[in-house]
Structures are given as structure tokens and as C-alpha cells.
Write a protein that binds this ligand. Structure first.
Ligand SMILES: [Ca+2]
Ligand SMILES: [Ca+2]
Ligand SMILES: [Ca+2]
Length: 215
């Protein structure tokens, strides 16, 4: 009888079928481990992207809150400081309403709002998703990008009694502003690997403008 060493069963070894089953099970296990690993990496990446975006959003909101809070600061009682409408620049971006804010203050306490950082306007450019911070007086204004990846920015205004003011309908109500509500939405710089979309977060802050209505 001829021996067939290839297919002979060694009591301590594997048959070819057993070996194939083993390889199959091993590859299923490896695939499972790999996909768990990949989804962990994706989840971590997504979390990092979101945290980074939220930090940027807070930083942007902090700058705006700090400046808006000073609106109307008028140490010498010179008058004329506070929220402003469009002062000659065309369009809907320089006024104080839902999509933009414009305000003045006398930071260096010399009786005017003509010095640096005393005439400020924020506007959301919906075409580029940027917040523009424009500073200075007409003719000498400089425009800077305060933040990018901002999917939405809006403002709401309230009087001393907490009533909402519609400044487009009644522009003169600008003098009654005592609280500004800032709503800002950011989105992640990268498409989220889990959802295949940009993640977004929204911050809403109430800012008391204590210098308004003091004189
Ligand atoms: Ca506007
Ligand atoms: Ca307007
Ligand atoms: Ca000044």
C-alpha cells in the first residue's frame, strides 16, 4: 500500500480542511478586530475635531462678548456712544440687527469714539462662513477675519424689561438695548468620519450691556 503523506492524518496535526477552517475563523476574527479598531480611531478623530471646534467657538464668542459688553462706555459723559446703525457704508452689514452688530465706546476715556477699537462691527459673511470684525471709523476702517467655519451668527436685542426689540422695524429702539443675545454656530473643519458630515455646535450667550442708558 502506497503511502500518501500529504493527506495522511497525523493525530497531533491538522487535516487540510481543519487548516482551512482555522484560517477562515482567523480571518473573520482579524476582520472584526480591524473594524473595531478603525471605528475607534474614527470616533476618537471625530471627538477631537468636535472639541477643537468647540474651543474655537468659545474663543470667538469670548472676544465678541468682551467687546459687546463695553458698548456705550462713556466715562466722560460725552454722549454719542452705544449701538449704531449703518453710518454710510452700504448694505445690511454695518447696522445693528439680526445679522450684524455695530457699536461704539470710548475705551481711552478722551471723550470720543475715534481711537483704536472704539468703533466695532461684527458681521457674518454667509457666502464664506466667516465672521468679519471691522474696526475704525468710516474712511479708515480695517476688516479682519475673526473666525472661520461659522455656519451661523445671529443677534437678538432686549430692553430693560426684557422685551425683544425689532430694530429693522423700529430703528430708534436701538437706544433701548440693555441685553444682547449672541447665537453662534460653528462646524468642524473636517467632514466627520462617522456621519460623513461636518459636525456643528451652537453657543447662545446673553450679554448685559451695563454702559447703556447711564446718561
Ligand atoms: Ca444687518
Ligand atoms: Ca438691517
Ligand atoms: Ca476715545
Amino acid at each position: 500500500m502506497r503511502n500518501s503523506p500529504t493527506f495522511a492524518r497525523d493525530p497531533n496535526g491538522f487535516t487540510l480542511v481543519e487548516l482551512l477552517i482555522y484560517i477562515l475563523l482567523l480571518s473573520v476574527a482579524m476582520t472584526t478586530i480591524y473594524s473595531v479598531f478603525i471605528s475607534n480611531v474614527r470616533a476618537q478623530r471625530s471627538q477631537e475635531n468636535t472639541m477643537e471646534m468647540v474651543q474655537d467657538l468659545r474663543g470667538t464668542a469670548d472676544v465678541m462678548i468682551r467687546e459687546i459688553r463695553m458698548a456705550g462706555y462713556d466715562y466722560t459723559d460725552a454722549g454719542g456712544m452705544g449701538f449704531a446703525h449703518d453710518d454710510g457704508s452700504p448694505g445690511d452689514s454695518y447696522d445693528t440687527d439680526a445679522n450684524s452688530i455695530h457699536f461704539t465706546m470710548d475705551i481711552n476715556e478722551n471723550g470720543d469714539h475715534l481711537d483704536s477699537n472704539e468703533d466695532i462691527n461684527y458681521y457674518h459673511d454667509a457666502a464664506t462662513n466667516k465672521i468679519l470684525r471691522r474696526v475704525g471709523n468710516p474712511g479708515t476702517r480695517a476688516s479682519n477675519v475673526l473666525a472661520e467655519k461659522i455656519s451661523a451668527l445671529s443677534f437678538a436685542y432686549f430692553d430693560a424689561a426684557g422685551n425683544a426689540l425689532d430694530l429693522d422695524a423700529t430703528p430708534a429702539d436701538i437706544a433701548k438695548i440693555r441685553t444682547v443675545r449672541l447665537i453662534i454656530s460653528g462646524e468642524t473643519a473636517e467632514i466627520d468620519p462617522m456621519t460623513r458630515k461636518n459636525r456643528t455646535r451652537t453657543l447662545a450667550v446673553q450679554i448685559k450691556v451695563r454702559n447703556m442708558g447711564l446718561n
